[in-house]
Ligand binder design. Structure first.
Ligand code: GTP
Length: 413
């Protein structure tokens, strides 16, 4: 279900702008012009339905941030917006455990707000590891991070940090304090960098303001960023957000580069990368199948190219579902590839035949028209350490399947 965001804002214009942003982030705004209206609207839904609240500091019936107290007491992560950017308002707002506060006069308000909303939703799946020998200092950072929905892990030493990283693969950010011995912390960063690139795991080193040299050591050892103590709450969160956004952006680009645009299946290049990356030597009991849809040109010619695309997407979805435990790819056109490691020829043949009959029996509906399609399969079960050799073998068998009348699987004899 779409998560709700409680937007409490006196001005109708600002409320409508913020609600638009919330909708753009894929969330459902619940608007209120006053604290009493916010209480009423919040009471009409379950608290768990809300992701967070965006709350104006000054409201007619809550002139001193009382609405912030209400949403925070209701355990809603709260983003405060204020008309005033003066020091006393800032202190009063930050004393209240808000996720962040945004002065309305800031032209970047709406851009920042949408980034913040997107992050809050994503953070629920992001692990952050705080490495600091001092429990008190760890707790300070942990309490700030908690407001942002992160999954938080703590380590009091480098060895505890290594254990945490071994166990929790969703850790995307390590915050490393200067209370860990300098040589072991820089060694730790360098060791992590052998395993994780900067785009896979962000490392932020915390150093003392006087210790410019330590900052340099952090960066040279492979840290993404450095935070100088004493840091303010805003800087701490902005650095974290920036570093995680970088990881997200790289992941988006990487995903786009690895996926076939039409079907969302891995593409040919990624298929080779995954198989070669997973196996130093290909196992001797293996199978590789090349699948090619039959008379696909006729489908395009009869029903149109868009209908053809729809059929390709349908078959790709069936492949992704039926072979979610092995390696699959769209090689191009109407050709797909499936690599089944550690499969006997009999098992591989049974799986492919089951799939062939599934495609044959499935009715694809496009624009109120029913379309049927069949597939020919070349299945190589040769023991080979070379994926290219397997492919060439499967290609010959596919040719045989086509020549023998299509809608069949030909396997290595
Ligand atoms: N809709 C659509 N058609 C595509 C796409 N890629 C390739 N095609 C079409 O797929 C058709 C493949 O035709 P052929 O190579 O003659 O193969 P076929 O008609 O399936 O015949 P056989 O393989 O011999 O059974 C061509 O008309 C291509 O234009 C695509 O992404 N979308």
């Amino acid at each position: 279900m779409q998560k709700k965001v409680l937007v409490v804002e006196q001005s109708t214009y600002s409320l409508s702008l913020m609600s638009k942003l919330v909708r753009k982030a894929g969330l459902q705004p619940v608007g209120a012009h006053s604290l009493s209206e916010a209480k009423f609207k919040f009471g009409q839904a379950l608290p768990e339905e809300f992701l967070c609240a965006i709350v104006d500091y000054h409201l007619p019936d809550a002139p001193h941030g009382e609405a912030l107290d209400f949403t925070i007491d209701a355990f809603l992560p709260t983003i405060a917006v204020t008309n005033n950017n003066d020091a006393s308002t800032r202190t009063a707002v930050l004393a209240r455990q808000v996720v962040d506060y945004i002065p309305k006069e800031n032209g970047q308000l709406y851009d920042y707000l949408s980034r913040l909303l997107a992050r809050l939703e994503k953070n629920k799946h992001v692990g952050v590891l705080v490495v600091d020998a001092s429990r008190h200092s760890r707790q300070t950072m942990v309490s700030l991070l908690k407001r942002h929905h992160f999954i938080i892990y703590e380590a009091g030493s480098v060895s505890e940090a290594i254990d945490a990283l071994d166990f929790h693969s969703h850790i995307q950010l390590v915050i490393l304090s200067d209370r860990i011995d300098e040589s072991s912390s820089t060694d730790f960063i360098a060791t992590l960098r052998k395993e994780f690139s900067k785009e896979e795991l962000a490392i932020i080193g915390v150093s003392n303001i006087e210790s410019a040299l330590l900052s340099a050591h952090y960066i040279k050892s492979g840290a993404n960023d450095v935070l100088r103590k004493p840091f303010c709450y805003e800087e701490f969160l902005c650095r974290i957000m920036q570093n995680l956004e970088l990881i997200d952006n790289v992941n988006t680009i990487r995903e786009a580069a690895n996926k076939d645009f039409l079907t969302g299946l891995p593409n040919r290049r990624h298929f080779f990368y995954s198989v070669n990356h997973s196996f130093k030597n290909l196992p001797s009991n293996q199978a590789l199948a090349l699948l090619d849809l039959d008379y696909f040109k006729v489908i395009n010619d009869t029903f149109g190219h868009d209908a053809g695309d729809h059929v390709l997407k349908h078959v790709a979805k069936l492949i992704a579902q039926a072979f979610d435990d092995v390696y699959v790819a769209r090689f191009g056109g109407e050709e797909f590839c499936i690599y089944l490691p550690l499969f006997s020829p009999e098992n591989a043949f049974a799986r492919l035949e089951q799939f062939r009959t599934l495609v044959e029996g499935s009715v694809i509906v496009y624009d109120n028209t029913e379309i049927s399609v069949t597939t020919s399969i070349g299945l190589s079960t040769r023991p080979s350490h070379n994926i290219e050799a397997l492919l060439s073998d499967a290609d010959k068998l596919l040719y045989e399947a086509k020549a023998n009348g299509r809608n069949q699987t030909c396997i290595t004899q």
